[in-house]
Design a protein around this ligand. Structure first.
Ligand code: MG
Length: 252
């Protein structure tokens, strides 16, 4: 099942998507799962980021070839950082690239959406906390990342976290092809089986220091092939069985 969040006629709602038909949830809360009787065509709504997480946890260097391309070694345990929620951007939204910030890169990633609160969960039980999966572009101001020596600013500009287009309700995280296209050309191509630390390990690791809450997002790391974005670019992140997250870029 696919879960969307959308705007229509000034009202923001959650819904379920089947084919081209959106059925709104009866309540406006993500946890109110009862369906209303209405049906709306997908083309008649504006999709938003499918969830507004309390926290966006991100994983660095979780694909060996990507660590290598940036001259980094592999971490001994998952490397976790946060992306501020002001950076969220809807599908088809425009990534704004600051003119003064130097190089800004795309990073296509699979995002895990948490469905159940957990703390100190074991790797064995970790997948019970998963609600579903979506696509995420961990847009990064690469020059500022190096200059700052930490990640807050470089990862958290407004519009630097495109998310969507919907959440696929599933716990099947492995074996999915992940591909990023820049102006139609494939620039990243990998499989989620190539992660250094699997999703169960990531959840167990984060839950040792933070309570994961429903709606929280874990960006599971980007494969090799990161590169710069410029004004006028179209960038797409596609994950097999989930969907395609499309965004454009403009200079700010
Ligand atoms: Mg990343």
């Amino acid at each position: 099942m696919k879960h969307v969040r959308y705007e229509r006629g000034g009202r923001i709602r959650f819904g379920v998507l089947e084919g081209e038909i959106v059925t709104p949830l009866a309540g406006d809360s993500w946890s109110a799962r009862g369906l209303s009787g209405e049906q709306i065509l997908l083309g008649q709504v504006r999709l938003l980021a499918p969830i507004e997480p309390v926290n966006i946890f991100c994983i660095g260097r979780n694909y060996a070839e990507h660590a290598k391309e940036l001259g980094n070694t592999l971490p001994e345990e998952p490397l976790v950082f946060l992306k501020a929620t002001n950076s969220l951007l809807e599908p088809e939204g425009t990534i704004r690239i600051p003119r003064w910030a130097g190089r800004v890169d795309y990073e296509g990633e699979m995002a895990v959406v948490i469905g159940k609160s957990c703390r100190n969960v074991s790797e064995k039980d970790a997948m019970d906390a998963v609600f579903g999966l979506t696509c995420l572009n961990d847009v990064t101001a690469r020059d500022l990342q190096k200059k700052d020596g930490q990640l807050t600013r470089s990862k958290s500009f407004d519009t630097f976290c495109p998310l969507g287009p919907w959440i696929l309700e599933t716990r099947e995280t492995g074996g999915r092809r992940i591909e990023t296209r820049l102006n139609g050309q494939v620039v990243q191509s990998a499989n989620t089986d190539m992660m250094v630390f699997p999703v169960s390990r990531l959840i167990a690791h984060i839950s040792r220091f933070a309570t994961l809450r429903p709606g929280d997002v874990i960006a599971t790391g980007t494969p090799a092939g990161v590169g710069p974005l410029k004004a006028g670019d179209r960038v797409e992140v596609e994950i097999e069985g989930i969907g395609v997250l499309r965004n454009s870029c403009e200079a700010e």
